[in-house]
Design a protein around this ligand. Structure first.
Ligand code: G3I
Length: 319
């Protein structure tokens, strides 16, 4: 419907999962993950700097390859994640006092090797992840401290050269309703466009809260704020956490919130895809970061589906 190309789920490699509840879950998990339910995937961890270049000049694609090759075997869209990010960064990048020239080279080499390794396989690359503070100013990462705004241009320029076929995205959270941060992300798009540097999309991570979600209209406004600049939009890491234990009441709120955010994407031409950030509650990052919250995905621990699953189906069917 409209411009939607895929509905997918991110996934991790078994060795990297933080909490594996019981080994027998994997068979059922894999059946859902690779059995046709999803048309797209993203490796949740394996392509990140920490894993891909753990030491300066030493590259390791093992973890990333596990998920990317499954995507290929199953004919799924692949979103690749993430080239330049302040978090899950290899310690050597942060612990060195770089000159601007040295850090430019570090960025160029990293993108050249990592995006080069997966060249031609990624529908999209998250070239730059979470570069903004909530007020729309730039985050003081090592990259920003040494190079200022220039590192953003360099990252996109390099990615465009290395993998000309991949859509190049800026990706961040709290972009799902209009705010100072969405204006900051629009500023990044305009900055690159002004310099004739390619940026093709903005990823709205969409880590939402069932009890206090944005409205359908807020989602639509936020998405259109980007599409009117001529870039596409995707919901890249959707999950909607709730206060645990789940109740009939907050599961109903979660269903409504999923329906609205997916519905907004379906309704706006230029919103091209939705990715949930894994599909199985026990593998979600949420409880380890927000104690007392969880059950943010579409499958419960016993592999039955949330009411929100039906909310998603409704949104995909009716907008
Ligand atoms: O690599 C170790 C592994 O060796 C060890 O066995 C395992 C057990 O504790 O831990 C592993 O490291 C964990 C890593 O995920 C891989 O599972 C880290 O402790 C853990 O902090 C890390 O969390 C990831 C998080 O990013 C880090 O910020 C989550 O899985 C991942 O879902 C999450 O994803 C991010 C997106 O990339 C960007 N947007 C926000 C989103 C949620 O935080």
């Amino acid at each position: 419907r409209a411009g939607l190309k895929y509905f997918g789920a991110a996934t991790d490699t078994p060795g990297q999962r933080e909490r594996a509840p019981y080994a027998s879950a994997y068979a059922q998990y894999d059946e859902i993950m690779w059995g046709g339910e999803f048309g797209q995937t993203t490796p949740t961890n394996g392509q990140k700097w920490l894993f891909a270049e753990p030491e300066h000049g030493t590259f390791n694609f093992t973890e990333g390859d596990i998920v990317t090759s499954k995507a290929r075997e199953n004919g799924m869209y692949l979103r690749c994640h993430a080239l330049v990010w302040h978090s899950q960064l290899a310690p050597w990048v942060e612990s060195t006092e770089w000159t601007p020239e040295e850090l430019r080279q570090v960025i160029v080499d990293h993108i050249t090797k990592v995006a080069g390794h997966w060249k031609g396989q990624c529908y999209a690359w998250d070239v730059l992840n979470e570069a903004l503070n909530e007020d729309g100013t730039y985050r003081e990462s090592v990259f920003y401290k040494v190079l200022g705004e220039e590192y953003i241009k360099l990252a996109f320029q390099t990615a465009a050269k290395v993998d000309p076929g991949a859509k190049l995205y800026y990706n961040d959270y709290n972009l799902e309703s209009p705010s100072a941060k969405t204006e900051g992300a629009q500023r990044i798009v305009k900055l690159l466009r002004k310099e004739r540097i390619r940026i093709d999309g903005v990823g709205l991570q969409a880590h939402l809260i069932a009890e206090t979600p944005p409205t359908l209209d807020q989602h639509i406004d936020a998405i259109q704020g980007f599409t009117k600049l001529g870039v596409e939009v995707a919901l890249t890491e959707l999950d909607i956490r709730l206060q645990t234990p789940a109740t009939a009441e907050n599961l109903a709120m979660q269903r409504e919130a999923y329906k609205n955010v997916v519905g907004a994407c379906v309704q706006v031409c230029g919103c091209i895809g939705v990715t949930i950030w894994d599909f199985y509650d026990p593998f979600s990052w949420v409880p380890s970061v927000f104690p007392g919250e969880g059950a943010p995905l579409l499958w419960f621990e016993d592999f039955t589906t949330h009411p929100a699953y039906d909310g998603v189906v409704e949104a995909l069917t009716n907008g």
